[in-house]
Design a protein around this ligand. Structure first.
Ligand code: DI6
Ligand code: FE
Length: 399
């Protein structure tokens, strides 16, 4: 065999195996046909020629970062709402007065698919510039059949415009659109029209909902989940962000890929997530931006063995953040995750939250998506604030 690409003298944080970070010093990583074919000690590297070889002089190699929860596609901004909140209004007050999510809905409906792609690209580039190789992007600011599909098409196109893997999620059950007075009527429309259309055009890899007082009730979310199951789509849920409605347990009952936010999760509900294999996606950017004080029950999640992912939640209202490294730092400083948990949260556990089996670790056979850092130890990644130690990103075997 001839390797396409071979890096020698690397320090690998493979994020797999029994050792902390899956750390391997004096290591090599080899790529063939866009896949990792070897990642391990130099001494055991199968002897073969390589088209291209680079000596990393001890630098750190990690799996490509995965941002598993974003609302990256939207139009407009919410700077005036930021001002209003600083003048004393709460997020929920603004939402109830027709601002908040609905102001982004108005701007997103008015934008063309091209405009949505154009305005999302700088945000995507910021994430890619820090080593993101896979990103999840939700709809949820269209709330009509055409506008939800427009958002999903824009999200898919971002994956053609840039070397990054995009997973799309239909979040039609995000907010009640102004033309509906009754939330049950809108959920009926979501189930009978929007979801089947997204499924038949294969525009959605999963289905999400906002289970909250300012969103939808557990009973309404359950109708969405039933429909998703019948369409063969996996589900995930914004659960227990601002209050405890039992959303995480509901998500677990439907074998959800993830339950996200979870500040108000009851510690005793954590084991249900572990049993269902549902990933807890923690979003410290939204916690920070809303100046929440209630912490997700990290100790209970850890004790129950729930995989914990970290993501930016990049959205114009509650987390206008385009740095996954910052989310990792906040995961440690605000939520008290260890740097190793933060690293797993942006790699292995994030892959699980998207149902990906060939990403998130440096295991042989995986897609050759990895990062080379100006760093020697993986704790350096969560440690910095506003630093970007990325040296090079490899996506599907190309740097
Ligand atoms: N939870 C969030 O934090 C975002 N959506 C959601 O369901 C907020 C979306 C927004 O305010 O635009
Ligand atoms: Fe979100």
């Amino acid at each position: 065999m001839m390797y396409d690409l071979l890096f020698t003298n690397a320090t690998l944080a493979a994020m797999a195996g029994p050792k902390a970070y899956g750390l391997v010093e004096n290591a090599a990583i080899a790529v063939k046909d866009g896949r990792i074919v070897y990642a391990g000690p130099m001494a055991d590297l199968p002897d073969a020629a390589a088209k291209e070889t680079e000596d990393l002089e001890g630098r750190l190699v990690t799996p490509g970062l995965i941002d598993c929860h974003t609302h990256l596609v939207y139009a407009g901004d919410r700077a005036s709402e930021f001002e209003a909140r600083l003048l004393g209004k709460s997020y929920e007050e603004i939402a109830r007065a027709g601002g908040g999510i609905l102001s982004t809905v108005r701007a997103t409906r008015a934008a063309s698919e091209d405009e949505l792609v154009e305005t999302a690209l700088p945000r995507l580039d910021a994430l890619i510039g820090e080593g993101v190789t896979t990103i999840e992007i939700k709809s949820g600011y269209g709330l009509t059949l055409e506008d939800e599909l427009k958002m999903l098409r824009a999200a898919r196109r971002l994956g053609d415009e840039r070397p990054v893997r995009v997973k799309t999620t239909l979040l039609a059950a995000h907010a009640l659109p102004p033309e509906f007075k009754n939330a049950d009527d809108y959920i009926a429309h979501v189930c009978s029209d929007i979801m089947p259309a997204a499924a038949s055009e294969t525009l959605a890899d999963a289905v999400d909902g906002f289970c909250e007082g300012v969103g939808f009730s557990p009973a309404q979310i359950e109708r969405v989940f039933e429909k998703a199951s019948s369409l063969g789509l996996r589900v995930k849920l914004h659960a227990e962000q601002l209050s405890d409605l039992g959303g995480a347990k509901l998500a677990a009952r439907y074998g959800a890929l993830s339950a996200d936010h979870l500040e108000y999760l009851k510690p005793e509900d954590a084991p249900a997530l572990a049993e269902a294999g549902t990933v807890a996606v923690l979003l410290p950017g939204a916690f920070y931006y809303l100046r929440e004080t209630r912490l997700p029950p990290i100790d209970a999640l850890r004790a129950a063995g729930v995989p914990m992912a970290l993501a930016t939640d990049c959205n114009p209202g509650t987390s206008p953040m385009t740095s996954l490294l910052l989310a990792m730092n906040m995961g440690c400083t605000l939520f008290r995750l260890t740097p190793e948990e933060a690293m797993a949260g942006a790699t292995r556990c994030a892959a699980a939250a998207l149902g990906l089996e060939d990403a998130g670790t440096l295991n042989a056979g995986n897609s050759a998506d990895f990062c080379i850092w100006r760093a020697r130890h993986p704790a350096e990644l969560a440690y910095g604030v506003g630093a970007n130690p990325l040296l090079k990103r490899v996506f599907r075997g190309r740097s």
